[in-house]
Ligand binder design. Sequence first.
Ligand code: CP
Length: 341
Amino acid sequence: MGINSAAPYNGVRSETPPGSENAHSLQGGNMGFKHKDIIALQDLTKDEIQLLLDTAENMREVNSRDIKKVPTLRGKTIINLFYEASTRTRTSFEIAAKRLSADTINISPSTSSATKGETLLDTALNLLAMKPDIIVMRHAISGSHYFLGKRLPCSIINAGDGAHEHPSQGLLDMLTMRQKFGRLDGLKVAIVGDITHSRVARSNIHGLTKMGASIRLCGPPTMVPPGIERLGNVTVCNDMRDAIADADVVMMLRIQLERQGKTLLPTLKEYSRYYGLNPENLKLARKDAMVMHPGPINRGVELSSYVADGDQSHILKQVENGVAVRMAMLYHVSGGELPTE
Ligand code: CP
């Protein structure tokens, strides 16, 4: 099966992809969400982000019931194709799909024919032959979701692509902030750590600046890409104390040693001293500032355990909101009805 066996497709849901046997039409109730795929918050408008967050609030109500299941996606098939490790994202996409009554299948690289040298496109085309409605994928290569999204008629949801974007994480972060402050507009958000390798940072920068928040970025100079200020209402601070001063939200990032081609910091101890969040420097932020982290945490490196487990930490709330956000994403790319029962 070759690269040309699936014709290019422009990614807009309201159009029928050429040669598609399983294209699903946009049904009523989807309130104008036009995208076949969700790959990056950079691609979504402010209204579309707002819609996803509002739908996630509806889904939270479903998640609070004794019986956490609605028939919204009954008959739909969702494949979770994760080429990188994941605890939170993969599990919550699976729970989200099951709560919407979809059938889910999980594929990991160690158990797939990728180990035998099969290309990503061949794997995807073979999965497509089994007629999934949505493929949720995590892949180390930035842009791999655009590559598949243009070639496959089923929906593609990005569960993280290299250092590019992690849209479901950005959405669940914004939902968690909005729940605390009742708004995103005007919030001061500090993002501290390895900005260069962080798809979480990039999704939050695109999403939060569209929603009217201002961002302060801080990290070792080797971990802050030059020109990142051009992405929106973004300021780069050299000193972490300037970044977190009076901040409403302090979002700490994991050092991604697995994505670094060379050593970008002298020692983890030194990193922790200058770029770690602890009870002392947290006092510089607003008294009720939220502490966030996408996980997994390097305890004692970017975040002290006192802060990670303290009253201002919203880390497990982020994880809880991840299920509702992912239900909203699955719902909107499927064009289903909002749950009523
Ligand atoms: N935040 C996040 O993406 O976590 P996982 O790698 O566990 O999915």
